[in-house]
Design a protein around this ligand. Structure first.
Ligand SMILES: [Zn+2]
Length: 309
């Protein structure tokens, strides 16, 4: 036992002396590593699913909305956006009509950026930051973004450093490989950088068999015996996609469409984005206690990026 304790002390001494290992937040000179989740496009699953996941964990996320799509089928309504803002979530602009900004002239770009912001503010929403559609941006786009926004988020599959290029914040697309996402969280923690993950509609993908009848787009699905519920979105080969509206279903469940009465057998859950979000938040918290899970606007505050002039 004594030998073991000596060994542990020696390991601790070695690791605390090595330059690559940083101390806890109180001893640290730089800002904490950050983790942000951004939901692009303004799908109604932001309200129906993400809101519950993040509120349960006591953390916030950012929702980037396309103003032309608000109040249309399966997208957020203005009252849902206001409720999300009241709950502490950030609302971001994702332009008026979701064009590739690089393909537009300067007047068109400026209109996409300014009209979307004015519309959101007219509804009583605070909007400081922008997500470029398809993550596409160039020097002209970034320059014009600077007239209206505090930052613009692009892609590039990179971590954002503590001194960020604020009109080209880096991000990764959310992957269905949860271990890969956990490895990114570990890298952000070790390098003390900002991991921004973006995703869209929150869905579950399952493999089904013994299908009988036709499922109707948008209908409610009942899973038995698990008691789970969902909203049917689409079928592709033997795969079946739906929005999770409850605790997860189980392999072996019978799925019944509430309006068409079609049925099928649930063979296997291939991914469940709702469960994966919870898993990643809990992973970041337990493995990286110094990591902060924040909205983009809060992340910019922590990194001391000045507000828009
Ligand atoms: Zn988009």
């Amino acid at each position: 036992m004594k030998k073991f304790i000596t060994f542990v002390i020696a390991v601790l001494l070695i690791s605390s002396c090595s330059g690559s290992v940083r101390k806890g937040p109180s001893m640290d000179s730089g800002p904490a590593p950050l983790l942000s989740f951004v939901f692009d496009d303004g799908n109604d699953t932001d309200y129906l699913v993400a809101r519950e996941v993040f509120k349960k964990q006591g953390v916030a996320a950012s929702f980037a909305v396309v103003t032309d799509w608000i109040n249309t089928k399966n997208y957020l309504t203005v009252s849902q956006l206001l409720e999300l803002q009241r709950d502490g979530f950030e609302i971001m602009s994702h332009t008026v009509s979701h064009p590739d900004l690089n393909s537009l002239n300067a007047d068109q770009i400026e209109s996409e950026l300014s009209v979307s912001k004015a519309a959101l503010e007219g509804w009583g929403l605070r909007v400081n930051n922008l997500v470029y559609p398809y993550n596409k941006n160039n020097a002209i786009v970034r320059g014009l973004a600077g007239r209206y926004y505090r930052s613009g988020r692009g892609g590039r599959s990179m971590l954002t450093p503590a001194v960020p290029e604020r009109y080209e914040l880096k991000s990764y697309s959310f992957s269905h490989n949860v271990d890969k996402m956990k490895a990114l969280i570990d890298r952000a923690g070790a390098e003390r950088k900002w991991l921004i993950l973006y995703l869209h509609n929150i869905a579950v993908k399952v493999k089904v068999s013994q299908r009988d009848g036709v499922f109707q787009q948008g209908e409610t699905l009942l899973f038995s015996p698990s008691g789970a519920r969902g909203r049917y979105t689409k079928k592709l080969f033997d795969w079946f996609y739906f929005v999770p509206l409850s605790a997860p279903p189980h392999a072996g469940d019978t799925i019944t469409g509430q309006s068409g009465k079609a049925t099928c057998h649930l063979e296997e859950i291939l991914y469940n984005e709702k469960e994966a979000l919870t898993e990643l938040i809990e992973y970041a918290r337990s493995r990286h206690p110094g990591m902060r899970i924040v909205t983009l606007d809060k992340g910019l505050d922590i990194y001391k990026v000045r507000s828009e002039e």
